[in-house]
Design a protein around this ligand. Structure first.
Ligand code: APR
Length: 237
């Protein structure tokens, strides 16, 4: 199987937790997944942050520690190489909060669900997110913003609006090829992107070992692990 990309094509890529699975980072919804041991509502909602910020920070500190140990796999690298071949007509939108895409060399990249390596004021005082790789053992170690609010992880919690949606919608409306890699199609609005691309007339390809919930919307499904399927998949004219 090969995917040919013509000079007139514009490529939009959406990735999910599955692309980082071969780097050793567990996905969310597998039986031994990321949420195992935690309830989503306890660590990934605005209410959780209000009620028990120590638990929220414990969870995301753990994710930071895991991410620091992981390295990009052949799937991240294949996408960075594809971008290099398609200057100005390639964009990668990831639901992942790890930084493996940028460490593999991806540049035109949107983190629609936020970034593990950043924190921001929990009072939403307007100051921009700051780089923060720290792993906090206790809540009183978490720094304060200059306005006095405690920092929170720069993560889009359930119930919050994903980042950069206007730019994402614009890019999807003009793409001619959408590649979706390693996401179960269970979280919106990302699960709708394939429908928007199909409405715009794009080819839509899913890559992953299992069918996603929105499988019917794709023109092609390539079954397999991203790190095995993506390298060598593209022919760029
Ligand atoms: N290559 C490609 N896909 C894989 C691989 C692999 N090696 N291993 C697993 N997968 C697939 C699984 O088959 C599954 O469909 O990755 C998908 C992971 O699905 P989820 O755990 O639901 O992760 P994701 O879809 O990224 O979750 C979306 O939900 O919890 C929130 O904000 C969080 O961004 C996350 C969002």
């Amino acid at each position: 199987m090969s995917i040919s990309i013509a000079p007139a094509d514009r490529v939009f890529v959406l990735t999910g937790a599955g692309i980082s699975a071969e780097s050793g980072l567990p996905t969310f919804r597998a039986s031994d997944g990321l949420w195992a041991g935690y309830r989503v509502e306890e660590v990934c909602t605005p209410e959780a942050l209000r009620r028990n910020p120590a638990l929220v920070w414990q969870f995301y500190s753990g994710r930071r520690a895991d991410c620091a140990k992981a390295t990009p796999n052949p799937a991240h690298i294949a996408l960075a190489r594809l971008e290099a071949q398609l200057p100005g007509r390639y964009i990668l939108c990831t639901q992942n909060v790890d930084d493996l895409h940028e460490r593999a060399g991806s540049r035109n990249l949107i983190h629609m669900h936020g970034e593990l390596a950043k924190s921001r004021c929990e009072r939403e005082c307007g100051r921009p997110p700051v780089q923060d790789h720290a792993v906090y053992a206790r809540l009183d170690e978490v720094p304060r913003c200059s306005c006095g609010g405690r920092l929170r992880p720069h993560i889009v919690f359930f119930g919050e609006i994903p980042l950069e949606m206007p730019r994402i919608e614009r890019e999807i409306s003009r793409c001619t090829l959408m590649l979706v890699v390693g996401t179960s199609g269970s979280v919106y609005p990302a699960a709708n992107f394939v429908h928007w691309a199909a409405q715009a007339g794009a080819r839509t390809v899913y890559i992953g070992p299992e069918s996603p919930l929105n499988a019917d919307a794709f023109t092609h499904i390539l079954a397999g692990n991203a790190g095995e399927v993506l390298p060598g998949l593209f022919t760029v004219a």
